[in-house]
Design a protein around this ligand. Sequence first.
Ligand code: DGL
Length: 275
Amino acid sequence: MGSIGVFDSGYGGLTILKEIIRALPQYNYIYLGDNARTPYGSRSFEAVYHYTGEAVRKLFDMGAQLVILACNTASAKALRSIQQIDLPVLAPERRVLGVIRPSVEALADYSKNGHVGILATRGTVASASYPLEIEKLYGKGRFRITQLACPMWVPLVENNELEGAGAEYFVRKYLQELFAIDPEIDTIILACTHYPLLRRLIEKEVARHVKIVGQGHIVADSLKDYLRRHPEMDLRLAKEGKVSYYTTDKAELFEQIAGIFMEQKIKCEYVQICP
Ligand code: DGL
């Protein structure tokens, strides 16, 4: 019996894992953070594809039957190639899913006027995965999308700088840039798994009617639906409610920071994923 693997470049995917566990507590989970090589946000397509591929193979070795790329940058740059090129050779019966498609599907529930801001890493923005996926699903013209990279937000979160004057400055800076481009935005997608930790500051900076959408509950609902539609996968998954954490860097540091994300004590092990 296998587990559900959840992969992120570092800690950000924990915001997704937390909601998945809340929605589906009965399954076994393996979280893998590639903290040694984080951040992925400004890396090339080749690097993100290569690193993500190694992580997926490691999660498969550790028994994952289904892997969620809980990282927008990895979903944007590596998911399609892994699904189309690697999976058929590596493990045709296993699955790798991302976070972009479910977020795009949920968009219609949030925006009333169609003006949407996508805040993400440079890599996700440059890949244009969100605008392309939105156009594919809804056609041209239904949404006016403004993408903006917020490269200072991941370091703030990774260093637990979640409040104070420094964090406020950088949160305000990018939101002002976003609304200067399109003042009519009524929905902001936090399209980077680290950003929900800055939510309190983000909410302070935007008008009350603007919806701030994190991805955790969206991905959790989508996974629940996937498992309902794929009983053959569900049958291969152990249901003992176990969660294991692995990092490619220092386990002690991971335990400390992941504890903040998960709001509980975490036990983590170091794992090497590059050959
Ligand atoms: N968690 C990644 C994402 O959602 C961002 C962190 C990074 O740059 O590695 O895009």
